[in-house]
Design a protein around this ligand. Structure first.
Ligand SMILES: [Zn+2]
Length: 222
C-alpha cells in the first residue's frame, strides 16, 4: 500500500471529524507520477478505504481500467487542472469549512492575524467570487488564479488548499478555518473594524526568516 495514499486517507477523514466539511461534500486527492488519486463520488470520508481512491490520468482524465466502475468526485476537473498548472503540488484538499464560508460571504478579507497563519497559508489568501461548483468554468477559473497561492477561499462555497503532501494540505485547511474563527471574533468584538492585523512587513518576516523554523516546529517538511 502506498504511503501517500494512506496519508491521504488519514487526513481526509479528519476533514469531517474536525467539521471542515459538514455532511457530504468536499474532496481530496494526491499525485503519483502522471496519475492522481481522488475521492470517489458518493462515499463519505469516514467510510472510505485506501483502495476507494479513484486513479485518473492527470492529462487525459481517463480512469484506470481496473477502476472503471468507480466515479471520481464531481470536482475532478478542478483537481486535474491544478496538478497540470502546478507541478509542485502533490496533494489538494477541497472542503466546505463553515466559518470560512460565513466570513467570506460577508466580504471580509482574509488577512493574517498571527504568525502560524502567515507561515502556513502563504503571503496572501486568495478569495474568489462564486462560481457554480463542479463546472468547467470553476475549474478553469481556479486554474488561472492559483499560480501563487496555497490557500484559496471560494465565496459561498468552500476552500482549496494545496501542498507537497496530504498532511500539510489538511493542516492548511485547519489553519484557514482557525484564522476565519479568529477574524470572526476580532470583527464581532470590534465592529468599527480597528483590528490589529499583522503588517505586510511582519508577514514577510515570518515567511522569509522564520518559515523554516515554523515548519519544523509545527509539522513537517511540506
Ligand atoms: Zn465543494
Amino acid at each position: 500500500m502506498n504511503s501517500i495514499l494512506k496519508e491521504l486517507l488519514e487526513y481526509s477523514g479528519k476533514l469531517s471529524k474536525n467539521k471542515l466539511v459538514i455532511g457530504p461534500g468536499g474532496n481530496t486527492s494526491c499525485r503519483l507520477k502522471d496519475k492522481l488519486y481522488i475521492k470517489p463520488s458518493g462515499l463519505n470520508f469516514e467510510e472510505m478505504k485506501v483502495d476507494d481512491f479513484v486513479e485518473v490520468d492527470i492529462e487525459t482524465g481517463v480512469i484506470s481500467e481496473r477502476q472503471k466502475r468507480k466515479k471520481p468526485s464531481s470536482e475532478i476537473l478542478m483537481h486535474r487542472y491544478i496538478y497540470q498548472k502546478r507541478p509542485d503540488v502533490m496533494s489538494i484538499f477541497h472542503a466546505h469549512p463553515p466559518i470560512t464560508i460565513g466570513l467570506a460571504a460577508s466580504g471580509t478579507e482574509f488577512k493574517h492575524l498571527y504568525p502560524d497563519s502567515a507561515a502556513y497559508l502563504g503571503k496572501e489568501i486568495l478569495v474568489l467570487d462564486y462560481i457554480v461548483p463542479t463546472t468547467y468554468k470553476l475549474a478553469e477559473y481556479v486554474r488561472d488564479k492559483i499560480e501563487n497561492y496555497v490557500s484559496i477561499v471560494l465565496q459561498n462555497h468552500g476552500a482549496i488548499t494545496v501542498a507537497k503532501n496530504p498532511k500539510t494540505a489538511y493542516l492548511r485547511m485547519e489553519l484557514l478555518e482557525g484564522l476565519a474563527y479568529s477574524l470572526w471574533i476580532a470583527l464581532s468584538s470590534n465592529p468599527n473594524g480597528k483590528i490589529r492585523y499583522l503588517t505586510d512587513q511582519e508577514v514577510d518576516e515570518v515567511i522569509n526568516l522564520d518559515a523554516e523554523k515554523y515548519r519544523t516546529k509545527l509539522y513537517d517538511n511540506g
